[in-house]
Design a protein around this ligand. Structure first.
Ligand code: ING
Length: 275
């Protein structure tokens, strides 16, 4: 029996460092409403879609290092994370999704409450919300790219390995919208295991948000291949696991950094059916 689902890939342009969450969320609501007008049942937003891509800066933490307790003055850093979800700022997104009966997938930075040891954990997270506005699943990024310490030689930093821990959960699937869904985030899409582990769990559609700078400092010879690599990995992952893949960019020139804007929906055949 054929099942249909109308999916919108909601590509975002740049988010400024000082852009208030309320302004960003207005932009997300506009895209959600536009998707609803087009008959979408699910709208997919990019990675870290509530703020600028803050790992491009070494944010002066002052105190002792250490990824899960960066310590010192983390005020600016902490301001980029969500400490609860829905949060006060994002509640309106959940309410509108419910009113429109349109689900959404959203990437954000997660700062957990203190665990048994009193430590708070920082993850690059994505959540899937169904058409009733309920969170059906959350995923934390497994493959954390970039570097851990300040590397001033770079035109811009890529400090994801300083600001995020790797997922303790791995890749899982979630039943929603009448099908089986998986989520992955940005660098995850470059590794075959991402699609395979989800495929072995029956994933029929994998939702992937990304922020991909065009300049890859460790090996600039790859820069002209960014678009090729972006499609190569998602088309291969889709075809080799017989799954749909929705890859959604936050692109354009964000705080001076040019990022790939090549959002696409890929069929299990490996073909790009929408871009
Ligand atoms: N960004 C980039 C990505 O994997 C990167 C990092 C760029 C790695 C280019 C290798 C080459 O698309 C994130 N956020 O993972």
């Amino acid at each position: 029996m054929t099942r249909e689902l109308v999916v919108g890939a909601a590509q975002l342009g740049p988010i400024a460092r000082d852009e208030p969450r309320s302004e960003v969320i207005e932009r997300l609501l506009t895209l959600l409403r536009r998707g609803a007008r087009y008959g979408c049942e699910l709208v997919v937003f990019p990675e870290l879609a509530l703020t600028t891509f803050f790992p491009r800066w070494y944010l002066d933490e002052g105190g002792p290092g250490g990824r899960d307790a960066i310590g010192g003055d983390t005020n600016e850093l902490d301001a980029y994370y969500e400490e609860e979800m829905p949060s006060v700022a994002t509640q309106v997104l959940f309410d509108e999704a419910k009113r429109l009966a349109v689900g959404f997938c959203l990437g954000y930075a997660e700062l957990t409450p203190p665990d048994a040891d009193g430590r708070r954990h920082r993850y690059n997270t994505s959540m899937l919300v169904d058409r009733t506005g309920e969170i059906v699943g959350t995923y934390r990024k497994v493959h954390i790219p970039g570097h851990e310490d300040h590397e001033p030689w770079r035109k811009f930093q890529h400090l994801e390995r300083r600001y995020f821990e790797e997922s303790p959960d791995g890749f899982r699937t979630f039943e929603a919208f009448g099908g089986t869904f998986g989520m992955a985030i940005c660098n995850d899409r470059r590794w075959p295991e991402t699609y395979r582990v989800l495929g072995l769990q029956g994933a029929e559609m994998v939702l992937i948000g990304y922020n991909t700078p065009l300049d890859y400092a460790p090996d600039p010879s790859q820069n002209p291949l960014q678009s090729f690599h972006n499609h190569l990995v998602m088309q291969a992952g889709a075809y080799q696991n017989g799954t749909w893949v929705v890859g959604v960019a936050k692109g354009g020139i964000e705080e001076g950094v040019e990022s790939l804007a090549q959002t696409a929906i890929i069929a299990p055949s490996g073909q790009i059916v929408a871009q």
